[in-house]
Design a protein around this ligand. Structure first.
Ligand code: FES
Length: 135
């Protein structure tokens, strides 16, 4: 015969094993409904002191000019190479030579799509640019 303490432990373990999958499923539903934040984003901070020009980062390209700021993904929409240099104000993919303008629009293929624009916030109070990257 089991002691009362053993029975209580067994009962708690049984309830936990039933509740865990239900909680996991509810958490997933809540995330899909936008009720919980997805932990699938990174925010990168770039100082505004970089001045005008094209700056290449691991997953993004920041283009600053007197006309404003553009931030685009550095991943080429052709086959996914990382774009890491510019020539004559054009972003150039090192793999197959696709070219994009400073807004990430295709100028020359083989890429058929523009570079993905990335959402950003200009925080003038802290003199930084905050860029959101999806993982
Ligand atoms: Fe960029 Fe092919 S991967 S042009």
């Amino acid at each position: 015969m089991r002691s009362g303490m053993e029975r209580r432990f067994f009962l708690k373990a049984a309830l936990a094993s039933l509740a865990a999958p239900a909680l996991w499923q509810m958490n997933g539903l809540a995330k899909r409904a936008g009720m919980l934040p997805e932990n699938a984003e990174d925010t990168l901070t770039v100082p505004l002191s970089i001045g005008n020009g094209v700056r290449f980062y691991d997953r993004m390209i920041v283009i600053t000019s007197p006309d404003g700021v553009a931030v685009v993904s550095s991943i080429c929409p052709h086959l996914g190479c990382r774009i890491n240099h510019a020539e004559a104000a054009e972003l150039v993919c090192p793999c197959h030579g696709s070219r994009f303008n400073a807004r990430g629009e295709v100028l020359h293929g083989p890429a058929m799509r523009n570079l993905q624009p990335l959402p950003f916030v200009l925080d003038r109070a802290e003199a930084v640019l905050r860029v959101t990257l999806k993982k």
